[in-house]
Design a protein around this ligand. Sequence first.
Ligand SMILES: [Zn+2]
Length: 226
Amino acid sequence: MNPKRTLIPCLTALIFSLTVPLQGFGAESPSAQTALGKLKAGNLRYLSGKSSVPRVDAQRREETATYGQKPIATILGCSDARVPPELVFDQKFGNLFIIRVAGNVTGTSEIASVEYGVQYLGTPLVVVLGHSACGAVQAAVEKTPLDGKLPKLVELIAPAVDAAKLAKPSAKGQALMDAAVEANVRHQMKELTSKSEVLQKALKDKKVTIIGGIRDISSGKVHWLD
Ligand SMILES: [Zn+2]
């Protein structure tokens, strides 16, 4: 197969999707409060074993391919394989715009992706979603020697660990990890707004709400930060 023949249509589709605001199903975006209510209700369905998720069928796939996506929230979550956001929040295809990266950090690509979710997809809610026992946060807490590009990623978490140690100087072990996970969510929320003029403007215009959450990988419950 000629790689150019497949690459060019792919690039064209990508450029189109990035330059044309997607209209989705034509419905109005919900308010941030409504979107958050849907996530909370979905997490409760998931916890009680009553997930309705199964809109992963061919019909739903074709609907989203034909009419576009109209996600209700942008989620910046960790890559950890144990709790995918669609399942945790019991949401169907096309409902969540998700960026997953180890440690739910805010590098340039992640910030740009959140901007895309807010600016072009019109999500009224951004969730920075950490989780208990996060390996990336643990590496930052323990200053684990790492290879490759990982030290660059862990550098983005280090200020959160410093903040956690400053706030709770006597915390050790599990208590320190829990404090660091929460501090990391709060730190990445701050980074999103301080580094993105697009998000600053959206916040000022009350077009978006940014909230933090931590999912317990044991219970599956999402604890929402104030
Ligand atoms: Zn993690």
